[in-house]
Design a protein around this ligand. Structure first.
Ligand code: FAD
Length: 317
């Protein structure tokens, strides 16, 4: 079976869950080979990748891979596409990896599919396009399929594999050194999971009414181990920080469960959340358009419904 390259997403050596999802999906297409770019590789990382099906691990842990903006990672993947002739390259559909995917596609004269939410045999992908308004099935017909998959698209499945390590040295070209990373700032996210990776997201909108009242959204999120999101109306009003905005001009999330409280369901908000597996809506207006995409809906005042829900969840723990 051909290799399927999976670009590992990691922060300071900690592997992100989406990588394990990519390794799970990669097994449908061939034999997964993880590609580690940048410093931070460790025995723990190797074990985790092997436990999730990485038959091979290409390690390119020189510092200059991450000293410059995306291009060296493209150099690395281009080199591996040429030497390994993989059946496909899988990356996470994050802002950075989508840029890598696009550049790699140009360099290797290949097709690229982004915002993929499912993948079948033969690299047939389910894609959420036009801001989430349309789902299509697509297949790359030229070159090496390069596929950017949204976090939470599939549940992680472990599968023991060899995890055979292969050191790779990349010749970072002068052209790739033209944009240098000068500083990295850690996002303050407290104890909650990262918004785009969270399995459960609880979001509040204008209906929440004030910054102070977002505490009821946070309490519900904490009772479920969820991330907190917000509509643009809520972030523009200064009730919640902009980095938590979900939607066309905010973050795209694809959790197992999305709870929307006091959000009307404007197309720009839906664009960032409608591929969630299950959508629960709490809104006092039964005509609110968000009910159109809800799996479960509660017509009611969120000031009553949300605390009651939090209490009920606490009882069942
Ligand atoms: P509203 O539309 O005002 O809805 C509030 C809802 O709360 C109503 O349905 C109401 O019935 C309900 N409600 C009120 N009180 C209660 C209560 N006590 N209990 C229960 N329900 C209650 N929006 C985004 O979210 N994300 C984006 O990324 C985004 N990008 C945009 C980009 C562009 C170019 C443009 C033009 C707009 C964008 N918007 C975005 C804005 C979007 O069009 C909407 O204005 C916004 O999503 C509305 O937010 P909302 O649903 O919280 O507020």
């Amino acid at each position: 079976m051909s290799e399927v390259l999976v670009l590992v997403e990691h922060v300071e050596g900690q592997i992100k869950k989406v990588t394990l999802e990519l390794l799970t999906l990669a097994r449908k297409l061939g034999t997964p080979s993880a590609v580690w770019a940048g410093p931070g590789y460790s025995a723990d990382a190797k074990a985790k990748l092997a436990e999730h099906g990485a038959e091979k691990i290409y390690v390119a842990d020189a510092a200059d891979i991450t000293d410059y903006v995306v291009a060296p990672k493209v150099d690395l993947l281009q080199q591996l596409v040429s030497s390994a002739s993989p059946a496909a390259v899988l990356v996470a559909a994050t802002a950075e990896a989508k840029e890598i995917a696009g550049r790699l596609a140009v360099r290797t004269d290949s097709g690229v599919l982004t915002d993929v939410v499912g993948l079948e045999d033969g690299a047939v992908a389910d894609q959420s396009i036009f801001g989430g308004g349309v789902n299509v099935r697509s297949r790359v017909t030229k070159g090496t399929p390069i596929i950017a998959v949204r976090p939470n698209a599939v549940p992680v499945e472990a599968a023991a594999a060899a995890g055979a390590e292969e050191q790779v040295s990349v010749a970072v070209s002068d052209a790739s050194r033209t944009a240098k990373v000068v500083e990295r700032v850690k996002e303050e996210k407290g104890a909650r999971p990262e918004l785009t990776e969270a399995a459960i997201v609880v979001s509040g909108g204008r209906g929440v009414g004030s910054a102070e009242n977002f505490s009821i959204v946070e309490k519900l999120a904490d009772s479920l181990g969820a991330a907190v999101g917000a509509s643009r109306a809520a972030t523009d009003a200064g009730w919640y920080p902009h980095q938590f905005q979900v939607g066309q001009t905010g973050k795209t999330v694809s959790p197992q469960l999305y709870i929307a409280a006091g959000i009307s369901g404007a197309i720009q908000h839906r664009a960032g959340m409608q591929t969630a597996k299950t959508i629960v809506v709490i809104n006092k207006d039964p005509e609110a358009p968000i009910f159109e995409i809800a799996d479960f809906g509660v017509v009611g005042d969120l000031n009553q419904v949300v605390p009651q829900l939090t209490e009920e969840i606490a009882k069942r723990k």
